[in-house]
Design a protein around this ligand. Structure first.
Ligand code: GDP
Length: 300
């Protein structure tokens, strides 16, 4: 078994029940299609994406393109792939942007700090020099976590006392990264849940001060969501996208109890590139998102 398939065990078992369901069907009828619909919803695929898949399936049946039960599973697989393929868009670090600035956003506990470490590791391994900005000043532990990571990996971390202004920390970091010729600056932000107005004010302030130093920064605004939170991940994506135009999403903890269908829900509604998926705790477990591999891993 492919290690990715093992990691995605839970998603595989929730969507994988389509095999038994469709395999044992003697004919294509409303019951079968309704059961497919329920399975997709239970796997966190979401109402909009599920409706799209099921409607297309019904169209196929009506038009006679799908006439045998054996044609149903490949059709569902193809629909899932079509849904998510447009979101396959690898994050390319432009070497002409120095530093290339990645602003990381997301609520507490989703794996934002861990993802920053994994991303930094990836860029270090590519021979780039990296700097981190400890912008989650609301949580002392987040600052310490980044600093400890920076010490272990010999990566500079710009931080201020806890409670400091996130925008000020990131401004300092960008200033320092520019003068030191850093390739990639990854900036953490506070992840507490706030009202939409607060979130918007905070993120727009961060972006505004960055632009004083580099009008094109941030080059990537990446939201981190935890697949285990199901449809909450989708509503976080909605909220953060309104507050700061997202250019990428990383979905973590797909190895856990998550039913990874939420990737399809995000793809259907947000149409934002899914940059990486997190399938474990080590650096190698942050994988570039590949639509074909993902769909194949969960529905082989
Ligand atoms: P933050 O509050 O968003 O910064 O979250 P942290 O980075 O501190 O991560 C919270 C927990 O999630 C930690 O125990 C991480 O090891 C864990 N974690 C992060 N990403 C993944 C993942 O892809 N898979 C698993 N299994 N755990 C993860």
């Amino acid at each position: 078994v492919d290690p990715l398939e093992q990691r995605l065990e839970r998603t595989r078992s929730s969507l994988g029940s389509l095999f038994g369901l469709i395999g044992s069907a003697e004919r294509i009828d409303d019951d079968l299609i309704e059961e497919i619909e329920t399975t997709l919803l239970t796997a966190d695929v979401g109402v909009a994406a599920t409706t799209r898949i099921v409607e297309r399936l019904r169209d196929g049946v009506r038009q006679g393109v799908i006439s045998e039960p054996s044609q149903v599973l490949p059709a569902v697989q193809a629909e899932l792939y079509d849904l998510i393929e447009p979101c396959e868009d690898f994050l390319a670090v432009d070497p002409d942007k120095k530093p290339f600035v990645i602003l990381m956003v997301g609520v507490n506990g989703v794996g934002k700090t861990t993802t920053i470490g994994k991303l930094a590791r990836r860029y270090l391994d590519e021979g780039k020099n990296v700097m981190l900005a400890a912008g989650d000043t609301f949580r002392a532990a987040a600052v310490e976590q980044l600093q400890a990571w920076g010490e272990r990996n010999d990566v500079p971390v710009v931080a201020q006392a806890s409670g400091a202004d996130t925008a000020a920390v990131i401004y300092d970091a960008l200033h320092s990264a520019k003068s030191r010729g850093v390739d990639v600056l990854i900036a953490d932000t506070a992840g507490r849940l706030h009202t939409q107005a607060n979130l918007m004010a905070e993120l727009s302030k961060i972006i505004r001060v960055m632009k004083k130093i580099d009008p094109e920064a941030p080059h990537e605004t990446m939201l981190v969501v935890d697949a285990g939170t199901g449809q909450n991940a989708l509503s976080q994506a909605r909220q953060f996208n309104e507050a700061a135009q997202l250019t990428g999403i990383t979905v973590t903890k797909l190895d856990g109890t998550a039913r990874g269908g939420v990737l399809f829900a995000i793809a259907e509604e947000m149409k934002i590139p899914i940059r990486f998926i997190g399938v474990g705790e080590t650096a190698a477990d942050l994988r570039p998102f590949d639509a074909g591999t993902f769909v194949h891993a969960i529905l082989p």
